[in-house]
Design a binder for this molecule. Structure first.
Ligand SMILES: [Zn+2]
Length: 270
């Protein structure tokens, strides 16, 4: 069943997004599979449990999320059309405009992610992502499309309201997506000079850790978590085990999509 769903996802991606969608996954695999073999943090089989479901997320979700995000941004910003007349991007010098966009995206994304942990109705969807127990680059794609669309809508809203062009918003979204894949990778590299600058795997793995002291930490970029008091990066230790107590199915793309909509007493044990 998982193989059939995956093959359908490949066909759908080829039809909707063209060969580039599949080539992109192959290129990512060509970079990250050898990298994770050479500098692995944990022993994980390449053909691990849930791999086909995660690859299906990787192939399908981008299109679903893009449609949902466009709808979400249009609906949420339409009542605030009068703010859009400000046109900050057009009025500021380019360097100041870019710097402001980056700050807005980082802060909005931090709070969007934090809300998905702290609002129970949102956590049901975000729990799908935190069901990852074998952390690797493909696992980064295991996100419920509604969870991802809500986060992206919330992140894009400030830029849209301040008059930034769609190209600027899309460019930052791509950069964030590539960083998301890297920060989940199963690599033991530490990047000493960058530990508190960007989301390294060491930093983001703690966000997924089962350790009680790491719960609800490291929602965004280190400097943003430091500003809001949620940073956690102990020296000399690494996160060892990942996952959540929520009984999200460990495999099965459709089962993971349906999971948040099921009443608690009907949710399957993982
Ligand atoms: Zn999270």
């Amino acid at each position: 069943m998982a193989l059939l769903t995956f093959l359908c996802a490949v066909a759908a991606a080829l039809v909707v997004r063209g060969p580039g969608a599949v080539v992109g996954v192959v290129v990512l695999a060509a970079v990250f599979v050898p990298l994770e073999r050479c500098v692995a943090l944990h022993r994980i089989r390449v053909l691990r449990r849930g791999l086909l479901a995660d690859l299906t997320h990787l192939l399908l979700n981008a299109t679903i999320v893009a449609v949902l995000t466009i709808v979400g941004v249009v609906v949420s910003t339409a009542p605030l059309w009068w703010v859009r007349a400000v046109d900050v991007e057009g009025r500021l010098p380019a360097p100041a405009s870019v710097a402001l966009a980056v700050v807005l995206v980082l802060v909005a994304q931090y709070w969007a992610h934090r809300f998905t942990h702290q609002v129970p109705a949102l956590w049901r969807f975000h729990a799908v992502h935190h069901s990852i127990e074998e952390m690797d680059w493909v696992a980064s794609a295991r996100l419920h499309p509604l969870d991802q669309a809500i986060t992206q809508t919330f992140t894009a809203m400030p830029l849209v309201l301040l008059g930034y062009r769609p190209g600027a918003v899309a460019g930052l979204t791509v950069a964030v997506a590539l960083l998301a894949i890297f920060q989940h990778a199963n690599v033991r590299l530490r990047f000493p000079g960058l530990r508190w600058v960007v989301n390294t795997p060491e930093w983001h793995h703690w966000h997924h850790a089962r350790d009680p002291e790491a719960r609800d930490r490291n929602f965004g970029l280190p400097v943003v978590d430091l500003a809001f008091g949620t940073a956690y990066l102990p020296r000399g230790r690494r996160a060892r085990s990942f996952g959540t107590d929520e009984p999200v199915p460990a495999a099965g793309y459709v089962a993971q999509l349906v999971y948040p909509f099921r009443p608690p007493h009907e949710r399957p044990l993982a």
